[in-house]
Design a protein around this ligand. Structure first.
Ligand SMILES: [Ca+2]
Ligand SMILES: [Ca+2]
Ligand SMILES: [Ca+2]
Length: 298
C-alpha cells in the first residue's frame, strides 16, 4: 500500500502524469460489482476488499495493496467507491471509479480518517477523524475539498452513515460512558441519541428508504443485530446466536440484512431474510471476513 498508493498519490495528484497507468497498478480495475456483496478479509497478508455473488460463490479479490484496505462503499448511483486504506501508519480515505480505476486520495494528514459513507446525492462523504484531537464526525465534498467538523465534544464518535433522505447522519458515540446510536443534522445541529442503555450499541445502518436503522447491541450479553424505527422506537432483535454479530448493512430492497459473525470461531459473512429470519452463511474461511456491503444497498 505504501509503495503503490504513494506512487499513485504522487503521480496522479502531485505530479499530474501517468494517471491511468498507475491507477491501474493500484487496483487493477476489478470490473463490474453491481449485484454483489463485498467485504473485507485478511485471508491474504493484509485486509483487502473482496466481492462475491449473493450465494457466497465466485469470491474475487478486488484490491491488491501492500497495506490494509477496508470498508468499500459504492455510491448510490454506483459510479464511485469510497474506502479506507492505511498509508504510512495512519488511515486515509480514498475514492475510485466503481470498477476500482482512478483511485484518488481524499485525506492527507497524520490523523486517522476512516469509516467513509456517501451522501445520497453522491456529492459529499461523511467520515470519522481524530484530527481535532479526539474522534469526531466530519463531512467533505466528494473530491476531498472543504472538510468540516460535524460533532463537537458529544463524546468519541464513530462510523457515520448518511441517511437516505439526506438530512441526518447516524453514528455511534461514547456519550457519558455509554455507547449509543445517535444522529445529528448534516450541519451539526440537533444531536439526539436513539438508544439509551449501559450496553454497547454501535454500527448503525439506514434502511434503503431511511425508515429503519439496523445496529449491533450487546444488551443481551453478546453482539446481536437489532432493527429499530428511525426515531428509536420498536427496537427488536433479529439475530440469536452465542457469537457476536456485527456491521449490518441492508439489501437494496430492504428485505435482507448482511452482517458478520464469529459464531463459528472466526468472522464470516451471513445474510438474513427479515421476514422469515432465515439465515445463510456466505463465507467459510479461517480468516476474518467482515464489513459486508451489498452493492446497490446501504
Ligand atoms: Ca489521515
Ligand atoms: Ca448503549
Ligand atoms: Ca450473537
Amino acid at each position: 500500500m505504501k509503495r503503490i498508493l504513494g506512487a499513485v498519490v504522487c503521480t496522479a495528484v502531485v505530479c499530474g502524469i501517468g494517471v491511468s497507468a498507475l491507477a491501474q497498478v493500484d487496483t487493477g480495475g476489478w470490473g463490474d460489482v453491481r449485484g454483489k456483496i463485498t467485504f473485507s478479509s485478511d485471508r491474504g497478508e493484509f485486509f483487502q476488499l473482496y466481492a462475491m455473488d449473493l450465494d457466497g460463490s465466485n469470491v474475487t479479490q478486488l484490491t491488491h495493496a501492500d497495506g490494509p484496505v477496508l470498508q468499500g462503499k459504492w455510491s448510490p448511483d454506483l459510479t464511485k467507491v469510497v474506502y479506507q486504506a492505511k498509508v504510512r501508519g495512519n488511515w486515509e480515505v480514498f475514492v475510485a471509479d466503481a470498477d476500482g480505476r482512478n483511485a484518488r486520495r481524499l485525506t492527507d494528514n497524520e490523523s486517522w480518517d476512516y469509516h467513509p459513507s456517501w451522501s445520497p446525492d453522491g456529492k459529499q462523504i461523511t467520515f470519522q477523524s481524530d484530527r481535532s484531537g479526539k474522534s469526531d464526525i466530519w463531512v467533505m465534498n466528494a473530491d476531498g475539498s472543504d472538510p468540516r467538523q460535524i460533532t463537537h465534544g458529544q463524546g468519541k464518535c464513530f462510523h457515520p452513515v448518511w441517511s437516505p433522505k439526506g438530512d441526518r447522519i447516524a453514528f455511534h458515540c461514547n456519550c457519558a460512558g455509554q455507547f449509543e446510536i445517535c444522529t445529528v443534522s448534516v450541519d451539526g445541529d440537533d444531536p439526539e441519541c436513539l438508544t439509551n442503555n449501559p450496553a454497547y450499541d454501535g454500527w448503525p445502518a439506514w434502511s434503503p428508504g431511511g425508515e429503519q436503522v439496523a445496529f449491533q447491541s450487546f444488551r443481551d450479553g453478546n453482539g446481536e443485530i437489532y432493527v429499530m424505527n428511525a426515531d428509536g422506537s420498536d427496537q427488536r432483535k433479529v439475530t440469536r446466536s452465542p457469537g457476536n454479530e456485527n456491521h449490518p448493512n441492508w439489501s437494496p430492497d430492504g428485505r435482507q440484512l448482511v452482517y458478520d459473525s464469529d459464531r463459528n470461531g472466526d468472522y464470516d459473512i451471513y445474510v438474513m431474510d427479515l421476514a422469515s429470519h432465515a439465515e445463510a452463511r456466505l463465507t467459510d474461511s479461517p480468516s476474518c471476513d467482515w464489513y459486508p456491503f451489498w452493492v446497490g444497498g446501504r
